[in-house]
Write a new protein. Structure first.
Length: 277
């Protein structure tokens, strides 16, 4: 299943310590913009419903869309636009929509009228950058009816014990990633290994997505550029189920030959050059 991004609105307000070095603010600042300016996008607001000249949906059936990666789907400023976004998800039951929010306390009040026990094509996810945020958001998420739930430990700022939440049987996926862009708070190997062991214990898929800019292992701190962070995470062997570890590091995509952007090659799989988990 291919994965892409749908940003119906742009801009956000920093909410917790995980936002201190937000990539949105970093990238907007690099383009002379203010990441705190929140607005409804014009070109791709209706991306799920867009069609090509042949009348086919541009987002194909079976695709997965990560929603609001430059904002927060449950942001207060987006209240006036959210119903329209829900309706587009309602009209595309063949596409999976992956929602991530730090504002777990707002989810229930912002669900659509026909949500009931959840939609098959929508996954609700919360970040848990440290134990305090895990204990704040996950109990709220677990109380909300939904067909799919997950947690993203990113930026990974401290050891996290998710045992009691994984034991609920409600969490389908756990993602972990270090801090990147202009953030340099270190990620420790032991934290990742501990979380990996928890997921293995409860049979919950675990994806260690990236090391972050600073990765500490065996007492030594390594500075890792963004383009190599995903590869190094794959090589760690901390993926459950296990994935291919022998992933080459290369500066250019072998198929499309595009130079690595500021966030490195995303190994999105579209060019077929990489195995991407």
């Amino acid at each position: 299943m291919s994965a892409d991004i749908w940003n119906p609105w742009h801009g956000c307000r920093k909410y917790s310590e995980g936002c201190d070095h937000c990539y949105l603010y970093y990238l907007d600042r690099a383009h002379g913009k203010d990441g705190g300016e929140i607005y409804k996008v014009k070109t791709n607001f209706n991306l799920p419903l867009k069609k090509d000249r042949q009348g086919n949906f541009k987002v194909p059936s079976g695709a997965s869309l990560r929603v609001c990666m430059t904002s927060d789907f449950f942001l207060e400023e987006a209240d006036a636009w959210r119903d329209e976004a829900w309706n587009m998800m309602r009209l595309r039951p063949d596409v999976h929509f992956w929602l991530l929010t730090k504002r777990a306390h707002r989810i229930r009040a912002c669900l659509p009228w026909d949500w009931l026990n959840g939609w098959d094509n929508v996954s609700l996810n919360v970040p848990a950058e440290n134990q305090a945020r895990a204990d704040e958001r996950l109990p709220v998420l677990l109380e909300i009816p939904a067909k799919h739930k997950g947690v993203m430990v990113a930026p990974f700022l401290g050891a996290v014990d998710l045992t009691r939440y994984l034991a609920s049987g409600q969490l389908e996926t756990v993602f972990a990633d270090g801090e990147n862009y202009d953030g340099k708070r270190p990620l420790h190997y032991e934290w990742v290994k501990h979380l990996y062991d928890q997921c293995v214990q409860f049979g919950v898929p675990f994806s260690f997505f990236g090391t972050g800019n600073v990765f500490v292992k065996d007492g030594r701190a390594y500075s890792i550029c963004k383009a190599y962070q995903h590869v190094q995470a794959l090589r760690s062997g901390l993926q459950y189920p296990a994935v291919k570890k022998d992933v080459p590091i290369q500066k250019r995509c072998a198929a499309c030959r595009r130079r690595n952007a500021c966030n490195g090659c995303r190994w999105c799989g579209k060019c077929g050059a990489f195995y991407f988990y």
